[in-house]
Write a new protein. Sequence first.
Length: 378
Amino acid sequence: MRLVILCLLAVSFFISWCITRWMRSFAPAIGFVDQPGGRKIHGNPKPLGGGIGIFWGLALPIIAALGYVTFAGPPDFLRHAINGQIDAYWSGARLQTHLAWTILLAGAAIHALGLWDDRKSLGPFFKLFIQLLVITALVLSANLRILTFLDHAIPGGNIVSIIITILWIAAVTNAFNFLDNMDGLSAGVASICTTAFLVATLSIGQWFVAAGLALLLGSMLGFLWHNFPPAKIFMGDSGSLLIGLILGTLTVRTTYLAPGVRFQNHWYAVLAPVIVLALPLYDLIVVSIIRLMRGKSPFVGDTNHFSHRLVARGMSRRTAVLCLYLVAAATSISAVMLPHVDGNIAILIFVQTVLILGMVALLEQHPLPLQQKDIGHR
């Protein structure tokens, strides 16, 4: 199965790389570009539409796989590769087709919303309203829920679990949208987080979630090839919102418990996504609080992100992006171990994450320069 997962990653990378490369030429021809000016750091118009490469790098393999699983039997080469267990996996895959189609349709809706915003610049609250509608429909249609133990723990626990799930996916969706403020930042951090989740799902044998994560990772890396600073194309909201939605949804579908392990004995493992996504969630929360304290909308862009403050300290934009990669990797590596450690080690992992975020908070204590051009924002 690991070989199959690797093949899925390679296929999605190739599709995303090709489409993104094509969009670099096609987007300027139709005027689909991000114009310089204001808070934006680029001096010349930059092509938009990198999110299209990410979407189709993810969507085309899923559509092909769902069609094949639905109407055909397992191929012979898989029978040999998966040691006679292919029939069980094939039956399991057919049971997951409704979920896969639902996630794909929700991703398509969010991707279309992002494209619309990239083209017409929609209002932030209208975008949030549509996001919540799509996420609510996804959660209810696919019966996605976290903290299912609440069902019997408190009255109305089922409703509480649904609401928390909707808010979680919405938070992750907007966290990566907020993080898309420097070349290569959002897609790079998302790739690191997705790699951590992929390793975790492979270690506990959640093959179908791992397949989705591999497709997402490959499609992001195919785009990142063209977006690493200095970027040749931007993904826009059509990419960042899509990444957040798919990643947030797949974190809900992951159990984070090794086979045979009871929730009561390893309950802390379900906190793995919070630790893996600690950096983007921290940035979302802190920037929103700063904007609200200044009487501004949390959805109006500014230069209060952690990445901007690192540049204000004298780092180049590429160095700041690489620094955030390392912070995301530091929290992600620890979280991968949560499903396999005892409570004492789990406490150390939680403490380590708090210390890393504490370091980030200290680095943020720096007055921003008056010249916006020195730090930039997109």
